[in-house]
Design a protein around this ligand. Structure first.
Ligand SMILES: CC(C)(COP(=O)(O)OP(=O)(O)OC[C@H]1O[C@@H](n2cnc3c(N)ncnc32)[C@H](O)[C@@H]1O)[C@@H](O)C(=O)NCCC(=O)NCCS
Ligand SMILES: Nc1ncnc2c1ncn2[C@@H]1O[C@H](COP(=O)(O)OP(=O)(O)OP(=O)(O)O)[C@@H](O)[C@H]1O
Length: 197
């Protein structure tokens, strides 16, 4: 059975970039945000239930993220309702992926790893981190969110310090070289433990 390595970190901390480095080192990667993109697209399983709860969120038979973001800005509680629809569908997508993968190690990029209790299903966990000023600058640089939207998402996430305390491994994503070296250290450690087990 594949070794399940849960990868988390707050918004903009470097999960996707670090997941890519794990993939370059031979790991399979399942990405929760990418699963949400599939679920929201035409024919995706979230389109009907989101449309039922928020008819204005549907554009061209798909869930519009821009419409969702303005709904959340107007009604902050909308995010809880969206989560209650989306999270079970994401968990189903993950279970199917895990049952089919033949990789030795699978990295599961899950922003809400600890918040949703998915950490209990993992063999080990990794938290990516940078100082809060760097985090905010990186998110704002993308230009996809207002400061209010950033704060709304941040307030839904476990604080960075708590994630770091709970994770088995911490990777500082200040530079790519540093992140690559730490990914290799994590993989060496896991492989060592598996051969000694
Ligand atoms: C709020 C939405 C419309 C924003 O879309 P947008 O494309 O601008 O941003 P993106 O999806 O890339 O999210 C940016 C960051 O915020 C995180 N995030 C998204 N939703 C949440 C949430 N409900 N709670 C905490 N963090 C979240 C993402 O994981 C990511 O790290 C979208 O993220 C969404 O529909 N979220 C609800 C589904 C969900 O809970 N996803 C989290 C992973 S399962
Ligand atoms: N090790 C690193 N060195 C330098 N820059 C990095 C590193 N890791 C990530 N970044 C930069 O930080 C930004 C956020 O990274 P990334 O998209 O990987 O974060 P994320 O945690 O997946 O974000 P989100 O939570 O919004 O999905 C990007 O601009 C990326 O280029």
């Amino acid at each position: 059975m594949t070794y399940k390595l849960g990868l988390t970190g707050s918004i903009g901390m470097g999960k996707s970039t670090t997941a890519k480095i794990f993939a370059e080192n031979g790991c399979a990667v399942w990405d929760a945000d990418a699963a949400v993109h599939r679920l929201y697209s035409q024919g995706g399983a979230a389109v009907a239930p989101i449309g039922h709860a928020f008819p204005s969120a549907i554009v061209d038979d798909a869930v519009s993220r821009d419409r969702l973001k303005s709904l959340i800005a107007d009604y902050p509680d909308a995010l809880n309702k969206i989560e209650s629809i989306v999270h079970p569908l994401v968990a189903e997508d993950r279970a199917i992926y895990l049952s089919e993968t033949e990789a030795d190690i699978t990295v599961l990029d899950i922003p809400l790893l600890f918040e949703t209790g998915a950490d209990a299903l993992m063999d080990a966990t990794v938290c990516v981190t940078v100082p809060p000023e760097t985090q905010k600058a990186r998110v704002m640089e993308r230009g996809t969110m207002t400061e209010e939207q950033f704060q709304a998402i941040l307030s839904k996430q476990l604080p960075d310090a708590e994630k770091r305390a709970r994770a088995d491994y911490v990777i500082v994503t200040d530079t790519l070289e540093h992140a690559r070296a730490q990914v290799q250290d994590v993989l060496k450690d896991i492989q060592g433990r598996r051969t000694n087990a």
